[in-house]
Design a protein around this ligand. Structure first.
Ligand SMILES: Nc1ncnc2c1ncn2[C@@H]1O[C@H](COP(=O)(O)OP(=O)(O)OP(=O)(O)O)[C@@H](O)[C@H]1O
Ligand SMILES: [Mg+2]
Length: 319
């Protein structure tokens, strides 16, 4: 069910109170069906996909952009890109962007944004079975910019209990109401990531200027093509894109068959900003790395004119 945005705005106080109670009750209740699906071999993405296709009832059409940030390699810069992109979009349109941490085992969006979530994706996904959309949204964590965040479980073991079909429901639910949903993912292409990719309007592929990283990305692109996941627009982000490393941008583009959308140079400000829990797009946006991330935001940020709400009743003032 999609909750009408105008009703949410108009009935802010009542909706807040009423659904808050339902949400807490649902979280305290036993899961309706806590058994996770049988695990499939991670390497066999085609088997995984056929399983997910059987399980899901069909994604709801997204209201705006669902932007999934992927890379086959760990440490490529996915969380850096996802958090900065989401915060950048939220600053332009507070209340209209959600960030979902789909790195279910080692997700670190919460620490990168200095958040202390009361509920993680495990609880929210479970609640999604029992509650309506408005109540589920009450469980998201609010960032001061007006970004709605759904963090990964604190405990990596809990990540195993998150059923892929629940991940799909949460993506559908957020995507059906919000102009922007940004999704951070773990390294590789696990089942939750493929479910997100399948529902995405845009993919941000993060790679570094080194041969192993580019070969990994090439393979990931081939897998997506083989699976027919070609509808999302692809945006190539080169991270730590420094000169004099023996590769040229033209080499990268011809290897991947994609134009580089944005190049982010190495910058000390990035780990510094992560350690402070404030993205560089807020703390040092004038630096070359900050400007590059701003450029990425610009690719997506047309302030929506047809939608007026977002979750206005959860909106906070921008920093
Ligand atoms: N352009 C950059 N310059 C300097 N440091 C960077 C840059 N991009 C990312 N980093 C640092 O590299 C580390 C890994 O980045 P990040 O966490 O964004 O990668 P990831 O792809 O999300 O990793 P994982 O696969 O573990 O989730 C972080 O400490 C981050 O601060
Ligand atoms: Mg990460």
């Amino acid at each position: 069910m999609t909750f009408p945005l105008t009703e949410l705005d108009d009935a802010a106080g009542d909706v807040d109170r009423d659904h808050g109670v339902d949400a807490v009750e649902a979280l305290e209740a036993e899961p309706v069906d806590a058994a996770p699906p049988a695990p499939a071999a991670p390497e066999d993405v085609e088997v995984l996909l056929s399983h997910t296709a059987e399980r899901r009832s069909g994604p709801r059409p997204p209201a705006g952009r669902i932007i999934t940030v992927v890379s086959p390699k760990g440490g490529a810069g996915k969380t850096t890109v996802a958090t900065n992109l989401a915060v950048g979009l939220a600053r332009r349109a507070p209340g209209m962007t959600a960030l979902l941490d789909l790195d279910l085992t080692f997700g670190d969006v919460a620490s990168a944004l200095l958040l202390d979530p009361k509920h993680g994706i495990g609880q929210v996904a479970r609640a999604a079975r029992a509650l309506d959309d408005a109540a589920v949204k009450m469980l998201l964590t609010q960032h001061p910019t007006g970004l709605h965040v759904l963090c990964a479980p604190d405990d990596p073991v809990e990540g195993d209990d998150v059923a892929p079909e629940d991940v799909a429901s949460v993506v559908d639910l957020l995507g059906a109401d919000l102009p922007y949903v940004v999704i951070d993912t773990g390294a590789g292409m696990d089942e939750p990531t493929l479910l997100a990719v399948e529902r995405s309007t845009d993919l941000v592929l993060v790679g570094a200027m080194d041969v192993p990283s580019l070969l990994g990305l090439r393979k990931a692109i081939d897998v997506l093509d083989r699976l027919g996941m070609t509808s999302a627009r692809r945006h190539l982000v080169l991270n730590r894109a420094d000169s004099r490393v023996g590769l040229e941008v033209a080499d990268v583009e011809s290897t991947l068959g994609l134009e580089v959308a944005v190049s982010i140079p190495s910058s000390r400000s990035i780990p510094l900003s992560v350690n402070q829990g404030r993205p560089i797009i807020e703390t040092d946006w004038k630096s070359p790395a900050g400007r590059a991330l701003q450029e990425l935001v610009d690719r997506f940020a047309e302030v929506p004119t047809t939608r007026t709400g977002g979750f206005g009743w959860l909106r906070r003032s921008a920093r």
